[in-house]
Design a protein around this ligand. Structure first.
Ligand SMILES: [Zn+2]
Length: 378
């Protein structure tokens, strides 16, 4: 229960009350209830892309080169030592940070090469539900499904064990054909289990990579575009402009949501460049212009790939507007609103407002990055 005097809700400044999780316009404060003066009232934030199995592992084996390659190697070295308790303790610690920053829904990828982590996060999901946090788990084959014996089986096992979505990493498979085959197998597996799909898609600077178009074509042919997320898509940055235009249109037509991860990708990509050095982010402005839906992920919180990060999604939006040069008021506003609008699409749409920010509007939120007040379980 709370009353808001002259609070901004989207484009309007109103008096409003929060009653049993529902926002009621007008009225007056009830005796004894907290009154918030001014500020911005929004739905809780949603995180569409993070790796909770690896979170907070960065300090155990620091990534000295800062490259994706060393991150994968460090994770592979740490992975065999992990216990379920360790995975849960680190995930909980990061989830507490997410909630402090107003986020109540989290989609995590889990490496299917680590069954301990798969089981730990599935068991944690049920507990979190009772605490007002929604956790979705993507069965993510970090090292591909065709590169070595047993990987496909481990991935299929994790999907059957109770994940919410099927993942894949087509650009990491051995050949282009095997990448495309992994995409189609993921669609088949999701169809079989009635699950969502979330690809690590073309997280590379290679302009010859061609997986996003296959993801979109499969989504169109199978009529499931709204159930599919393509994360990273950094190759789109490096495509020729004519090909990029074709792919962007395909993304918009398919209904596939692209999730940009600017914090990680601006440091992990461009590593084979000398100068000029490319920005490691997908074409957010072009996707917006085409009518595609775009989410913003934090991706890593102090893990083997990215040593920084505090699970504050506003930081990810802050980085996105810099790297993407999205500096008009309209662009900055859209970037911040993404955190409580399009970031909820993988979860089926945004819940009602319940987060209060001590700032006048979205641009001020981005500038100040204050701590919010979470008023009710999301
Ligand atoms: Zn990722």
């Amino acid at each position: 229960m709370a009353f808001f005097r002259q609070v901004r809700v989207q484009d309007n400044v109103v008096d409003a009350s929060l009653r049993d999780g529902v926002l009621v316009l007008g009225g007056a404060p009830r005796p004894g209830e907290p009154v918030y003066e001014g500020g911005l009232l929004t739905p809780p934030l949603a995180e569409p892309h993070v790796h909770l199995d690896a979170t907070l592992l960065g300090e155990r084996r620091p990534n000295q080169s800062g490259t994706l390659r060393e991150g994968i190697a460090n994770w592979a070295a740490l992975r065999p030592e992990l216990t379920g308790d360790d995975v849960i303790a680190r995930a909980r610690s990061t989830i507490a940070r997410y909630r402090a920053y107003g986020c109540t829904r989290i989609r995590t990828h889990v490496d299917t090469g680590c069954p301990v982590a798969v089981e730990a996060l599935i068991s944690l999901r049920a507990t979190l539900r009772d605490e007002g946090t929604t956790l979705q788990i993507v069965a993510f084959p970090q090292e591909g499904i065709f590169r070595a014996p047993g990987r496909r089986e481990a991935w299929e096992w994790a999907v059957a064990a109770g994940c919410d979505a099927v993942g894949a990493i087509p650009h990491f498979e051995r050949t282009t054909e095997e990448g495309w085959a992994s995409v189609r197998l993921a669609f088949d597996l999701a169809e079989k289990h009635g699950l969502l799909l979330d690809f690590h898609c073309d997280e590379t600077d290679d302009p010859g990579t061609r997986n996003l178009e296959v993801v979109c074509a499969e989504a169109i042919d199978r009529g499931v575009g709204g159930r599919v997320v393509a994360g990273h898509c950094t190759a789109l940055h490096s495509y020729s402009n004519p090909y990029a235009a074709k792919v962007v249109e395909l993304v918009a037509t398919s209904g596939v949501q692209v999730v940009a991860n600017p914090l990680d990708n601006v440091v992990l990509q461009g590593r084979y460049d000398s100068y000029p050095r490319r920005r490691g982010m997908t074409r957010v402005d072009a996707l917006w212009a085409a009518g595609a839906t775009v989410g913003i992920g934090h991706d890593s919180v102090q893990d083997p790939w990215y040593p920084l990060g505090t699970a504050n999604l506003v930081d990810a939006a802050y980085m996105l507007v810099h790297v993407g040069q999205l500096m008009s008021r309209a662009e900055m506003t859209r970037a911040v609103r993404t955190l409580w609008t399009e970031n909820h699409l993988p979860f089926g749409g945004a819940p009602p407002p319940c987060v209060w920010w001590p700032v006048a509007d979205e641009v001020a939120l981005l500038r100040e990055r204050p701590m919010p007040t979470l008023l009710a379980p999301g």
